[in-house]
Design a protein around this ligand. Structure first.
Ligand code: TXA
Ligand code: MG
Length: 314
């Protein structure tokens, strides 16, 4: 962790665990380091990054918090929530990391290794998920290694992550708005706010204009295999990504079966999702048929990622 802080100070790139997914970090104030980060991921530079900080004091130096943002930070940080807020005057996060927007995405992660690295480094660290752009996010150090070996300076191995999908992103530059479903369930956020989250305009997730959460490109989080959603029967040779213990016809012809959660638990399914997609790819599946996943709790984030994985492949 001390080595990670040194590498950041020298402008290098470090992959490290957070409770949601592994992040690929760089010094948020160093444009050259951020340019390397975009290049290592093969990520378009118009796609802004999340600044990770160790505490609220550091967050307030970067962004302005309105009352709903204060309430959410108080309730859920450290944790799997990212807030998109107006930049504070003198915000030290490089323009390259915010893609020239006047807002900035911030998160205080809960993972003890991430927290220790941020403490040791002392400044904000921008970190997208530590995968090649467009690929599924890494939930183990081995996933990071298989995508980014040779392209980055250091990987800190903290074992498998706990949550398994990326943070929930809420915009607080207007009425609180759900920009990306993720590891913190919508219902928990709405309970603290005492009202429903606004939905972003429909074109916010398209590829025209200036999208509100530009990373939400329609096709993202993609495994190599085709993904077929809401499968209620299986075609011969398909791999099955199951959920719960419900019966599905045609299962005898499955090339492989992996079950996201036999007991039908959406939290467990979220933790397994990206690793299982990678495992099915590794087994050479040509099509992954996915059983219906309920929309409650983290099911909203799971279904969001699966829809993006299926785009253009059905
Ligand atoms: O759980 C996570 O959030 C992980 C870990 C490493 O913290 N990080 C992550 O980062 O998922 P990334 O870069 O894969 O996703 C960041 C998302 C993108 O969709 C990006 O467009 C959006 O945040 N974003 C960043 N800054 C924004 C801003 N100012 N306005 C709107 N969206 C923003
Ligand atoms: Mg990502």
């Amino acid at each position: 962790m001390a080595a990670a802080a040194r590498v950041f100070a020298e402008g290098g790139l470090v992959a490290f665990p957070t409770e949601t997914v592994y992040g690929l970090g760089a010094d948020a104030t160093n444009p050259a380091a951020i340019a390397r980060l975009y290049q290592a991921k093969g990520r378009p530079a118009f796609n802004p990054l999340i600044a990770h900080v160790g505490d609220l004091k550091a967050a307030r130096r970067i962004a302005r918090f309105d009352a709903p943002a204060e309430a959410l930070a108080e309730a859920f940080w450290p944790g799997p929530l990212t807030l998109v807020l107006p930049k504070a005057p003198g915000c030290a996060v490089a323009d390259l990391a915010t893609a020239g927007l006047d807002t900035v995405a911030i998160r205080i992660p809960a993972h003890p290794v991430a927290r220790e690295i941020l403490r040791a480094f002392g400044g904000p660290v921008v970190a997208p998920s530590a995968n090649l752009s467009g690929h599924v996010s890494p939930t183990t150090a081995a996933h990071v290694q298989s995508d980014l070996a040779g392209r980055i300076d250091l990987i800190v191995d903290g074992g498998a992550v706990e949550v398994g999908v990326e943070s929930t992103i809420v915009g607080c530059f207007d009425e609180p708005m759900l920009l990306r479903p993720g590891g913190l369930a919508r219902a928990e956020i709405e309970r603290v706010l005492g009202r429903a989250l606004k939905q972003p305009p429909a074109d916010a997730t398209g590829d025209s204009g200036q999208p509100l959460a530009p990373g939400m490109l329609a096709s993202h989080y993609a495994p190599r295999a085709r993904v077929r959603l809401n499968a209620t029967s299986l075609k011969a040779g398909e791999a099955l990504l199951a959920f719960g213990l419900g019966a599905i016809s045609g299962i005898d012809g499955a090339s492989t079966v992996m079950n996201l959660s036999e007991r039908g638990d959406v939290d467990e399914a979220a933790a397994n999702l990206f690793g299982y997609l990678r495992a099915l790819d590794a087994k050479g599946a040509h099509t992954i048929a996915v059983m219906p996943i309920p929309q409650h709790g983290l099911g909203e984030a799971i279904n969001d990622r699966l829809r993006r994985a299926a785009v253009g492949r059905e």
